[in-house]
Design a protein around this ligand. Structure first.
Ligand code: FAD
Length: 593
C-alpha cells in the first residue's frame, strides 16, 4: 500500500487527534497546493475504545472550528450545542442529592457566539476523512523517531505502518501526538510540576492536578433538571458545560451525544487535597461522588457506563512551541493545565493559526518569516502562561462559592472583553500588536497574581463577600455584564485582520476590571484595603492602561480610517448602488397552444 521510497511533504503532522486534523485542514485551506501528511496509529473508523477527553469548546475554539475551518453545518448536524457554562456549589457538603442543595450561577440566555460540545471520536474521524478528500495523505501507523535537523534542512520521520518501517521527508514537522511528547522528550522541552518547586510559571504556578472521568449513556436527565425554568433562563440548563465544585476539586458534566443521551462526567482534583490513590479507580471515584456529589452519582447510575479513565498528572507546559529548526509542538504535545473553562482547544486555535502563518511565510520565503516565528513563539508562550495562571491557588479556592463567583466574574471580564476580540480580529498574528501585548501583559500578570493572593486571604479569613453573577448586568457600574462586549465587532462583522478595534476593547476592559477591583476591595477589605498602597498602585496601573489604550486607539483610528469594517459588505453596498427594482415576474406557466 505504501512505497518504501521516502515521500517528501511540506508538512508532516504526527498525530491525528483534534489538534492534528484541525491543523491539517487549516494549512490546506490557507496555503494552496501544500503537501501535508498525517500519521496516527488509531484506526480511521473510531470506536468506543477511542473516546477521548476534551469535549467542550469555548468561543475561541468554536470560532476556529466553525468559521476558520468552515464547519458550522457539520457541527450543528453532528454534535451537541453548548449554551455557556453553569457553576454549582453545595450549600452544605454533606447534602448534595438534588439541585436545591447547591448555589448556582446559571447562564440565563443564549450566548452571543454559539459554541459546541464534541463527540471527539466522531469529530476526529470525520475531519480526517475531509482532509483526505482535500489531498492530505494519511499514514495509519506509529511514529518511531524523528530526525530534527537544524534550520531549513529536510527532516526525516520514521514510521511503522502495518509492520513495515518507512521514512517520510518533511520541510516542517508538527508534533500533535499528545502526551507521547515525541519532540518534547527528544529536546528536553517539556515542563512538569516539580514537587516543592514554588509558585512561578516555571513550576506551572504550583498546579499539581489529576483527573478521573466516565462516559455514561441513556441517563435519566430529569435527575439533573426537567428543562422547565420559565422565569430563570431563556436557554437550556442541560446543554451547557455544568461545573460542580467542592474543596480542592471541580467536576465537569458535558452532554456529548443526543441519541442516545450521553454524558461525560469527570473530576479535576488537586493532589494536595485529594491524593491520587483515593480516587484512581472506578469504585473510588463512585464512592467519592456518592459522598460529595450524590446528584452526579445518581445520574451516572441511571445510565449505562461506557468507560472509566484516570490520569494522575494532568498539567504540563513547553519551553519552546515553534522552533527555528522548523519543528512545532501543538495541542497536548505542547501544553495543558486544567480543563476548567475548557481552554485546551482554544489554545490549539491560537497555536494552529500561528503555525500556519509561520509555515506559509517560510514556504513563500518571505523576508519576515523568522521574525514571525520568533514573535508568535513568544506570544503563544505568554498566552499559555496566562491560561496556566487561571488555575493558580485553585486547590484552596475552588470550593468557596463566594470567592469563586468573584474570581469567575473577574476572569470573564478579561476573556470576553479582551481575548475574544483579540482572537476574532487576528491580532495574535499582527507583529506590532504582539509586541505591544507582550510589553503590557507582564504587569497585568503581576496584578492578577495579587488579586489571587487577596482572594486566598479572604478565603482564609472565612469572609463571605456575597455572590457575583457573571451573566447579569445589574451588579457592576453602567449595566456592564462581564460577558458583554465593548465594541461593535460582532454586529458589524469586523472579522478581517485589523478591522476589530482591539484598543477600544482593551481600554474598556481595563476600565471594567478597575470597577470590579474597586468593588472587590470595598467588599473584601473596606476602606483600609481600598487605600492600601499596593491596591492604589494597581488601580493606577489599570487607569494607566486605559490611557495607553486610548493613546494607541488614536493611531489605530487614523491608520484604518479608509478601511471598511468588512470588505464584502462594502462591496455589496457598492453593487447595490446600481440596483433598480423591477416589478415583474418571469412567466412560469406555458402559454395555451
Ligand atoms: C481530563 C481532561 C479534560 C479536558 N477537557 C477539555 C475540554 O473540555 N475542552 C478542551 O478544549 N480541552 C480539554 N482538555 C484538553 C484536551 O486534551 C485538548 O484540548 C485536546 O484534546 C488535545 O488534543 P490533541 O490532538 O493535542 O491530543 P490527542 O487527542 O491526545 O491526540 C493525539 C493523537 O496522537 C496519536 N499518537 C500517539 N502516539 C503517536 C505516535 N507515536 N505516532 C503518531 N501518532 C501518535 C494518538 O493516537 C492521538 O490520536 C482536557 C484535558 C484533560 C486531561
Amino acid at each position: 500500500m505504501y512505497t518504501t521510497q521516502p515521500q517528501e511533504y511540506d508538512v508532516v503532522i504526527m498525530g491525528a487527534g483534534f489538534a492534528g486534523v484541525c491543523q491539517a485542514r487549516h494549512l490546506m485551506l490557507n496555503i494552496p497546493n501544500i503537501k501535508v501528511a498525517l500519521i496516527d496509529p488509531r484506526p480511521e473508523e473510531r470506536t468506543d475504545k477511542d473516546m477521548k477527553i476534551g469535549e467542550s469548546m469555548i468561543e475561541g475554539a468554536a470560532l476556529f472550528v466553525c468559521k476558520e475551518l468552515g464547519l458550522y453545518e457539520y457541527m450543528i448536524e453532528n454534535h451537541t450545542p453548548k449554551n455557556g457554562l453553569n457553576f454549582h456549589w453545595p450549600k452544605d457538603p454533606a447534602q448534595t442529592s438534588n439541585l436545591d442543595d447547591y448555589y448556582h450561577l446559571w447562564v440565563n440566555r443564549q450566548t452571543d457566539i454559539g459554541s459546541f460540545h464534541m463527540n471527539r471520536a466522531k469529530f476526529e474521524r470525520d475531519v480526517l476523512k475531509m482532509n483526505k478528500e482535500m489531498g492530505a495523505v494519511f499514514y495509519n501507523g506509529r511514529v518511531l523517531d524523528v530526525d530534527l535537523t537544524p534550520g531549513d534542512a529536510i527532516k526525516t520521520v520514521k514510521v511503522k505502518v502495518h509492520g513495515e518501517d518507512i521514512e517520510l521527508k518533511a520541510k516542517h514537522v508538527i508534533d500533535a501526538a499528545g502526551r507521547k511528547f515525541i519532540i518534547g522528550r527528544k529536546t528536553d522541552n517539556v515542563i512538569f510540576h516539580q514537587p516543592d518547586g514554588g509558585q512561578g510559571p516555571d513550576n506551572l504556578y504550583g498546579l499539581n492536578n489529576g483527573s478521573a472521568w466516565v462516559r455514561v449513556r441513556n441517563i435519566d436527565r430529569k435527575l439533573f433538571h426537567d428543562g422547565y425554568d420559565p422565569t430563570g433562563a431563556a436557554t437550556s440548563h442541560y446543554y451547557a458545560t455544568n461545573h460542580w465544585f467542592g474543596h480542592g476539586h471541580w467536576l465537569w458534566m458535558i452532554p456529548t451525544d443526543k441519541d442516545p443521551l450521553e454524558l461525560s462526567i469527570g473530576v479535576i482534583h488537586h493532589h494536595e487535597v485529594i491524593p491520587a490513590n483515593s480516587i484512581n479507580s472506578l469504585d473510588k471515584f463512585s464512592a467519592f461522588l456518592k459522598e460529595n456529589h450524590k446528584l452526579l452519582y445518581q445520574l451516572i447510575n441511571s445510565g449505562e457506563l461506557v468507560d472509566f479513565h484516570y490520569l494522575p498528572r494532568l498539567g504540563h507546559n513547553s519551553k519552546t512551541l515553534y522552533s527555528q529548526d522548523n519543528w512545532y509542538v501543538l495541542g497536548d504535545a505542547a501544553c495543558i493545565f486544567d480543563a476548567f473553562y475548557s481552554f485546551g482547544t482554544t489554545m490549539i486555535a491560537f497555536a494552529t493559526e500561528s503555525i500556519t502563518e509561520i509555515i506559509r511565510a517560510k514556504l513563500a520565503k518571505e523576508a519576515d518569516a523568522e521574525t514571525k516565528r520568533e514573535a508568535y513563539n513568544r506570544f503563544n508562550l505568554r498566552y499559555v502562561q496566562d491560561v496556566n495562571r487561571l488555575y493558580r491557588y485553585h486547590a484552596k479556592q475552588l470550593g468557596n462559592a463566594s470567592i469563586m463567583s468573584w474570581r469567575i466574574s473577574f476572569e470573564y471580564t478579561w476573556w470576553f472583553g479582551l481575548h475574544v476580540p483579540l482572537y476574532l480580529g487576528k491580532w495574535h498574528l499582527h507583529l506590532r500588536y504582539v509586541n505591544t501585548y507582550l510589553q503590557h501583559t507582564k504587569r497585568v500578570g503581576n496584578f492578577i497574581n495579587h488579586v489571587h493572593d487577596q482572594l486566598s486571604l479572604l478565603g482564609e479569613q472565612g469572609k463571605n463577600i456575597g455572590f457575583l453573577d457573571p451573566y447579569r448586568a445589574d451588579q457592576l457600574l453602567n449595566h456592564h455584564s462581564p460577558v458583554s462586549h465593548a465594541d461593535t465587532y460582532l454586529e458589524n462583522a469586523r472579522y478581517e485582520p485589523r478591522r476589530c478595534n482591539i484598543f477600544r476593547n482593551s481600554r474598556q476592559t481595563c476600565l471594567n476590571v478597575a470597577v470590579w477591583y474597586a468593588m472587590f476591595l470595598w467588599k473584601g477589605f473596606g476602606i483600609a484595603g481600598f487605600l492600601s498602597p499596593r491596591s492604589l498602585q494597581y488601580l493606577f496601573l489599570l487607569i494607566a492602561l486605559v490611557g495607553y489604550g486610548a493613546f494607541y486607539e488614536i493611531f489605530y483610528l487614523y491608520q484604518t480610517r479608509k478601511l471598511p469594517a468588512n470588505s464584502q459588505v462594502a462591496q455589496r453596498n457598492r453593487d447595490v448602488q446600481d440596483y433598480q427594482y423591477r416589478a415583474k415576474l418571469q412567466p412560469w406557466i406555458a402559454e395555451a397552444q
